[in-house]
Design a protein around this ligand. Sequence first.
Ligand code: 1GP
Length: 259
Amino acid sequence: MRAPKLGPVESRLAEAAAERALLAVLIDPFNVEPNEAGRVAAEAEAAGADLILIGGSVGAGLKLHSVVRAVKESVSVPVILFPGNVDGVSPEADALLFMSLLNSSSTYWIVEAQALAAPGIKAIGLEAIPTAYLIVEPGGSSAAGWVGRAWQIPRAKPELAVAYSLAAELMGMRWVYLEAGSGAAQPVPVEMVTAVRRYTGLGVIVGGGIRSPDLARERAAAGADVIVVGTYIESGETSEKVSSLSEAVKEGSRLRNSF
Ligand code: 1GP
């Protein structure tokens, strides 16, 4: 057996997240043209985004590659894929969240899509970051939850998020993505973020419905390592919004580190 070793992108993220929570800007390649994606990513980086995620629940087909290329040409922060299915893989990216939707009721989203994609990922040498993907209420009715046949975790049951996260940790995953669904009316509860942070050693990624600096600050303070924002930024004013979000995530991190 070869001892597992973190890839360069994951090492960089883990080291940076140990200092403070990171802000990820999510670009859905289905919604945007490559030039626009490059411009938004460059503005986001200049305003303080720590990484760019690219992906979505509905595949963008071959357009994914041109969006990833345009973003890569525009930024120096890591560009990481957030695949919605087997077609969410591109050799142009720096790494990929290799996700299993652990609370899906379909084995396809837990392991079959991953098995179908894995040989291709290995063949192109793309860094895969092992990540549990958990859909939290109200995410069951979001695109990711509906497509992924998620048996959503109730908002009032942080212990269930902890149980799934512990299972992920014992299975060797290193990150958990707590997802309330794109455009969610309510983001993942802070109590759930705190509980997963407290009872597991996983890196904690939180996304879905974070549409204000306050919501980002609270989740960074609760122990999130990465705060993901997509929809809020899609409506424009990228620089202003990312700058306020970045400040809020830094402030939240100071509270997190004072626990
Ligand atoms: C969705 O968690 C991401 O998969 C981001 O959600 O679009 O609501 O920011 P928003």
